[in-house]
Design a protein around this ligand. Structure first.
Ligand SMILES: *Cc1c(COP(=O)(O)O)cnc(C)c1O
Length: 386
């Protein structure tokens, strides 16, 4: 069978290989500590599940508008205004099958052959692949130990072909958060060079220090006009399997994304959208409880890492990951993760999947016992290398 050329241009998810192996080992009864999770380990809060069940019982089981339930689009617009100071109406919002699908729709609506998209590394692994699927060219910019792109780096990577800059704060895989000053300086470059920025803010609510989440689009009219927000319910509300996310941006772009969605997936699962409405309109106490649990785990994982002088990391202010520099061990991230899993039964994701071959991603979206045990083993493995 001759497959479309575009398939050959993208890489199947590298992270899946390690995860599959860890799963197989677990199935064999091996005691694996997994730091590989890309999702919260909590159940979806009860009131959100109840709202979806009620919607099911009330017959919210039909096709809906491709761009999303009007009430949800309104609730999202309200959230973006109240939380982020972004002046959007319902018509500026499209509800998508997860944040990932929103980004995919965005690339399909915006990027064509020859267009360049600037992606700072370390990056979330789907960004470059989505750009490639749309026919565009990802321009990867390697950042320094801070894991943040500087305004000078951004300016230097912009060419007449640059269409879009991808910003992700708090970041997966690094957990780093851009300060308002850093965002302001990046926004100035975006405006000066008249490009667009997509701001992936899916980890907005998961912050652990005194940093504040600021949306780059809120920093003035000129940057607002050039910003697209990508967001979703998966991480803050522990709703990864529900597949509800959204994009916010100019009406023209949202309409284009809705047309694409209308010919591909149509609306997001109707009753899942009613769960999302409840998530936004009910108390946010559930988010705070999960955040506090993550905060404790983060503290423990950082303390354990700080006791291993051979490794370093950029301080993670948000999300639920620590991106650890393992260059001193002399191992590639792939070899390191393979040995760690096979010989010490700890699953971590090789940094090469995120464009950084001398780091590994540790996720603390797991229980405290596994964190303690897994860190004991990681410590032992690293000591064995010196
Ligand atoms: C998890 C994640 C998403 C989207 O997740 P969905 O489950 O598709 O909503 C988007 N961006 C980043 C950086 C993520 O980690």
């Amino acid at each position: 069978m001759k497959l479309a050329a575009r398939v050959g241009k993208v890489t199947p998810s590298l992270t899946l290989a390690i995860s599959a192996k860890a799963k197989a080992m677990k199935a064999e009864g091996i005691d694996v500590c997994s730091f590989s999770a890309g999702e919260p380990d909590f159940d979806t809060p009860e009131h959100i599940k109840a709202a979806a069940k009620k919607a099911l019982d009330e017959g919210k089981t039909r096709y809906g508008a491709a761009a999303g339930e009007p009430k949800l689009r309104q609730a999202i617009a309200h959230k973006l205004k109240a939380d982020n100071g972004l002046n959007y109406q319902a018509e500026n919002i499209i509800v998508t099958n997860g944040g990932k699908h929103g980004l995919y729709n965005l690339m399909m609506a915006l990027i064509e052959v020859g267009d360049e998209v600037i992606i700072p590394a370390p990056y979330w692994l789907s960004y470059p692949e989505m750009v490639i699927l749309a026919g565009g060219t990802p321009v990867i910019v390697q950042t320094d130990a801070s894991c943040k792109i500087t305004p000078d780096q951004l300016r230097a990577s912009i060419t007449p072909k640059t269409k879009l800059f991808v910003l992700n704060s708090p970041s997966n895989p690094t957990g780093v958060v851009y300060t308002p000053e850093e965002l302001k300086a990046l926004a100035e470059v975006v405006v000066e060079k008249d490009i667009l920025v997509v701001s992936d803010e899916i980890y907005e609510k998961l912050l652990y220090t005194d940093v504040k989440h600021v949306s780059i689009g809120s920093l003035g009219k000129e940057i607002f006009d050039r910003t697209i927000i990508s967001h979703g319910f998966a991480k803050a509300y522990s709703m990864t399997g529900w597949r509800v996310g959204y994009l916010a941006g100019a009406v023209e772009l949202i309409k284009a994304a809705s047309t694409i969605q209308g010919h591909s997936t149509s609306n997001v699962c109707t009753f899942a959208q009613f769960g999302a409405i409840a998530a936004l309109e009910s108390s946010q106490e559930c988010v705070e409880q999960m955040r506090q649990a993550f905060a404790k785990r983060r503290e423990v994982m950082m303390q354990r890492l700080d006791a291993i002088p051979e490794v370093t990391y950029a301080k993670p202010d948000g999300a639920f990951y620590i991106f650890v520099e393992i260059g001193k061990t002399g191992k590639t991230s792939m070899d390191f993760c393979q040995e760690l899993l096979e010989s010490y039964q700890v699953a971590a994701i090789p940094g090469i999947a995120f464009g950084s071959g001398d780091r590994i991603r540790l996720s603390y979206a797991t229980d405290m016992t596994s964190i303690e045990k897994g860190m004991d083993r990681l410590d032992k493995y690293i000591r064995s290398l010196f």
